[in-house]
Write a protein that binds this ligand. Structure first.
Ligand code: PLP
Length: 414
């Protein structure tokens, strides 16, 4: 950062503080990760200087020899990684990617099914004040009130009743595996298009630890690239060939102008990393770590939604300990552990002040932490939650957290 340091001390100071925060704290937000130095380089590369509206071989600007090469490479790698017939690597992020799919395949006010938002759906899955909720008729489905698992028979009944044109599966806070085949069967019965939003679990699918929705016959798969997939902040859309044209048209010129070519370069590097055998070991360790964290917390009496996890994330209902998600988030933050407050299924409280917290293991696994460290993290979390108003406890944990973190450097931070 020598150029920033010389030129802009205000920005440099802020960046330096963030470096310190990321190195000295334990990151448990399940949608966050640490990218490799190679991905950081690609994001900071001179492709940021380029404009390239259009697609490889058909652009609206000159000088595309190398942009076309990088975009084609990203496309080929994405298709190989997810076994996709078609990939569009231009969406700016997960929300615009989902908007593009709706814009491509639906008419205004068409009916779509998505998981109820406070049970793990995303804002682009029908939040009333979002684009998705205003332009389309989203009909929610639910997890079972007792087990908090997806109830496919109940989902089928809703589908038979509302006859959706599209069914969206894939979530932000569902700790269990998703039965893509069950969704595909329901969709076929009502002649609906199937869309999987695998933003959270893309790395676990790419790393061959969870099932790929395309293997179950899904039509469209969207994903962010910055969560378990460990790439730049961005997204891609993949689909069967028959949907390629409308989806490409919806991304450009339907919703976006020029793609971010430096981010396309970083996506190519990310997919290259995920295609390596080491990435499967990484993905497997994310799940082993999440299970170890779940086991350790359960022993401390924690109430985990669905009793545990099949993937990278956990959801805990804290009302058993007499505190709210927000209080736990704040206390853990003071102790150097970052995660987020979250609603639990059928939460009597609202999304700004919910009953639970959501956390996961993609970032700590990238640092090289394994099961013994998960046990230690669980112990700290338990101490903080049970003594959340005791500042001396939070300060002590913060020092211990920093000591552990020094042994597990963050990639890209010297
Ligand atoms: C993160 C996420 C998104 C949106 O990603 P942004 O890049 O933040 O717009 C969409 N869907 C799901 C399921 C997600 O987890």
């Amino acid at each position: 950062m020598s150029a920033i340091q010389k030129q802009d001390s205000a920005v440099y100071k802020i960046l330096d503080s963030e470096i310190k925060r990321q190195s000295e704290g334990i990151e448990l937000i399940p949608s966050e990760n640490y990218v490799s130095p190679a991905i950081l380089e690609a994001m900071g590369s001179i492709f940021t200087n380029k404009y390239s509206e259009g697609y490889p071989g058909k652009r609206y600007y000159g000088g595309q020899q190398f942009v076309d090469q990088i975009e084609n490479l990203a496309i080929e790698r994405a298709k190989k990684l997810f076994n996709a017939e078609h990939a569009n690597v231009q969406p700016y992020s997960g929300s615009p990617a989902n908007c593009a799919v709706y814009f491509a395949l639906l008419e205004y006010k068409d009916t779509v099914m998505g998981l109820k938002l406070d049970q793990g759906g995303h804002i682009t899955h029908g939040l009333p004040i979002s684009f998705s909720g205003k332009f389309y008729n989203f009909v929610p489905y639910y997890v079972d009130p007792k087990t908090h698992l997806l109830d496919y028979e109940a989902i089928r009944k809703i589908a038979l009743e509302c006859k959706p044109k599209l069914i969206v599966a894939g979530y932000t806070a569902y700790p269990r595996d998703i039965d893509w085949t069950a969704f595909k069967k329901i969709a076929d019965e009502v002649n609906a298009i199937t869309m999987a939003d695998i933003s959270h679990i893309a790395g676990l699918i790419a790393g061959k630890q969870l099932k790929n929705p395309f293997d179950a016959g899904f039509d469209v798969v969207t994903t962010t690239t910055h969560k378990t997939l460990r790439g730049p902040r961005s997204a891609i859309i993949m689909c069967r060939s028959k949907y390629a044209k409308p989806i490409d048209k919806a991304v450009f010129p339907g919703l976006q102008g020029g793609p971010h070519d430096h981010i396309t370069a970083a996506k190519a590097v990310c997919f290259g990393e995920a295609l390596r055998p080491e990435f499967q070991i990484y993905a497997a360790q994310i799940i082993k770590n999440a299970k170890a964290l779940a086991d350790a917390l359960a022993k401390f009496g924690w109430k985990l939604i669905t009793g545990g996890t099949d993937n990278h994330l956990l959801l805990a209902d804290l009302t058993v300990f007499g505190l709210r998600g927000m209080e736990a988030e704040e206390a853990l933050d003071k102790a150097g552990i970052t995660l987020n407050k979250n609603t639990v299924p059928y939460d009597p409280r609202g999304p700004f002040d919910p009953s639970g917290i959501r956390f996961g293991t993609p970032a700590v696994t990238t640092r090289g932490m394994k099961e013994p460290e998960m046990k230690q993290i669980a112990k700290w979390m338990d101490e903080v939650v049970k003594h959340y108003s005791d500042n001396s406890c939070l300060e002590r944990v913060k020092i211990e957290v920093k000591e552990l973190c020094e042994k597990f450097p963050v990639p890209g931070i010297e």
